[in-house]
Ligand binder design. Structure first.
Ligand code: PGA
Length: 253
C-alpha cells in the first residue's frame, strides 16, 4: 500500500508565534486523535522550520517541509535558502515547483529539475507540484501538459532516485478559488500521471509514488477525493491554516 500524506502549505501566512501556536494545536490533535498512520507534513515559511520541527519532533507522523529551496548550493545569492540549510533544520520535505513559484518567480521546468537534484542530494523528499491553467484544461490538452511538466523536471532521475519523490497535482484553476476538481477529474489526472511514470520506469516504481491532490481541498470534499484509487493524500493551502479543518482532512482516509 502507498503512503498516505496530507501536507499543509502555509504560504506567506503566520508570524513565528502564530505558526508555533498552529503547529502546537495540530500536534496535540494528531497525538490524541485517530489518524490511521497518515503522514502529516507542515509546509512552513523558512524562518519557522527549526522551531516548528523542535516543537513537533516527538509527535509520531508529523514532518516539516520548506516551501522551496535554492538552485544553488551556497555563495553570493542574497535571500536564497539552500536545500542543505533546509535539511539542517530537521525538515524532511521540500515543496518544489508550486504554481505560485512558477508564475510569480518564473521558475522553469529546467530550474525545477535542478531544485529536485538539490533536494535529493540533501536527503529531502521533494513534493513536486504540477498542474494546468483553466485555459489548458478547456483546450483539452491538460493531461499532455502535466505529463510534459513531469518529463521535463523529473525524467532525468534514475529509478532509485525517483522512488523518493512525492507528486502533487494541483490544477491552477482550483487553487484558492473554492472551485475543486471533481473526484473523477482528479482521479483521471492522477491515473494519467501514474501511467506516464510507468511508461518510463515501469509499474513497480509508478505504483509506489504517492500522488497528492491540491486545490481547495477541505474537510467537506477530502473524503471523496481520498477515496479515489490513485489519490494518496492532499496538499492543502487555505484549510491548513485552521488546525481543526486541517486535522479533519488528515482524518479523511
Ligand atoms: P488551496 O491551496 O488549498 O488554498 O487551494 C493549495 C495549494 O496551493 O497548495
Amino acid at each position: 500500500m502507498r503512503k498516505h500524506i496530507v501536507a499543509g502549505n502555509w504560504k506567506l501566512n503566520n508570524t513565528l508565534d502564530q505558526g508555533l501556536a498552529l503547529a502546537s494545536e495540530i500536534a496535540n490533535m494528531v497525538a490524541d486523535e485517530v489518524t490511521n498512520g497518515t503522514e502529516v507534513v507542515l509546509g512552513t515559511p523558512y524562518i519557522h522550520l527549526a522551531a516548528v520541527q523542535k516543537l513537533t519532533q516527538k509527535t509520531a507522523n508529523i514532518h516539516i517541509a520548506a516551501q522551496d529551496c535554492s538552485t544553488h548550493e551556497s555563495g553570493a545569492y542574497t535571500g536564497e535558502v539552500s536545500a542543505a540549510m533546509v535539511a539542517s533544520t530537521g525538515a524532511g520535505y521540500v515543496i518544489i515547483g508550486h504554481s505560485e513559484r512558477r508564475e510569480y518567480h518564473n521558475e522553469s521546468d529546467e530550474m525545477l529539475a535542478t531544485k529536485i537534484n538539490m533536494a535529493l542530494k540533501n536527503s529531502l523528499t521533494p513534493i513536486f507540484c504540477c498542474g494546468e491553467s483553466l485555459q489548458i484544461r478547456e483546450s483539452g490538452t491538460h493531461e499532455n501538459y502535466v505529463c510534459q511538466q513531469i518529463t521535463e523536471s523529473l525524467f532525468h532521475l534514475s529509478a532509485n532516485e525517483f522512488k523518493n519523490l512525492v507528486i502533487a497535482y494541483e490544477p491552477i484553476w482550483a487553487i484558492g478559488t473554492g472551485k475543486t476538481a471533481s473526484a473523477q477529474q482528479a482521479q483521471d489526472m492522477h491515473k494519467a500521471i501514474r501511467n506516464h511514470i510507468a511508461g518510463k520506469l515501469g509499474n513497480a516504481i509508478a505504483d509506489t509514488i504517492p500522488i497528492l491532490y491540491g486545490g481547495s481541498c477541505k474537510p467537506t470534499n477530502a473524503q471523496e477525493l481520498f477515496a479515489q484509487p490513485d489519490i494518496d493524500g492532499g496538499l492543502i493551502g487555505g484549510a491548513s491554516l485552521k488546525s481543526r479543518d486541517f486535522v479533519d482532512i488528515v482524518k479523511s482516509f
